[in-house]
Design a binder for this molecule. Structure first.
Ligand SMILES: [Zn+2]
Ligand SMILES: [Zn+2]
Length: 172
């Protein structure tokens, strides 16, 4: 969704987005299964608009340790000041209107791509680590066994193992 500055007034407009068409299907590192975004867009002055919103979603990815499929949630709130003012001019202004958490977007044209904002927020909101479970044991570097469900197949050093003799007896 793209919004033209000229269509945005001081009267806040609200948007609800409930699909994920704005998210890339590949090269993202994860798959966004579902998402909802609530946005409010307001004109600040003749060069600047303010976009506030919330994004919530569910993603599918793989466990950092074992590579098994994982689903987890993302949730974030954000505020952008999108301006066609130059960066130098904006720095002077930020002193007077110090909205600490707002992200400033410097645009070349008075058009804002809402999809870009949602994409950036989705990347910022995902958990740093994806684990299938907190105590995931991962994969054995030696034999590749999935240690949550499989036993390591790396052969123990039989000559020094105190069980080597027992094991030999058991086989006979
Ligand atoms: Zn895992
Ligand atoms: Zn192993």
């Amino acid at each position: 969704m793209r919004l033209l500055f000229e269509d945005i007034t001081r009267k806040t407009q609200r948007y609800f987005i409930s699909d994920t068409h704005w998210f890339p299907t590949d090269d993202a590192g994860f798959h966004l299964l579902a998402a909802t975004a609530n946005l409010s867009v307001t004109r600040y002055d003749h060069e600047t608009i303010v976009v506030k919103g919330q994004l919530a979603g569910r993603r599918e990815t793989v466990c950092d340790r074992c590579g098994e499929r994982v689903e987890d949630e993302l949730h974030t709130e954000f505020e952008y000041q999108a301006t066609i003012r130059t960066e130098e001019a904006q720095e002077l202004r930020e002193i007077e209107c110090n909205d600490q958490d707002a992200i400033t977007l410097y645009l070349e044209e008075p058009v804002i791509e809402i999809d870009d904002i949602l994409r950036e927020q989705a990347y910022l909101a995902v958990p740093l680590r994806a684990l299938c479970r907190e105590d995931c044991k991962g994969i054995c570097a030696g034999c590749g066994a999935l240690l949550n469900t499989e036993t390591c197949r790396c052969s123990p050093d039989t000559s020094t193992s105190p069980f080597a003799v027992l094991r030999k007896l058991g086989k006979q």
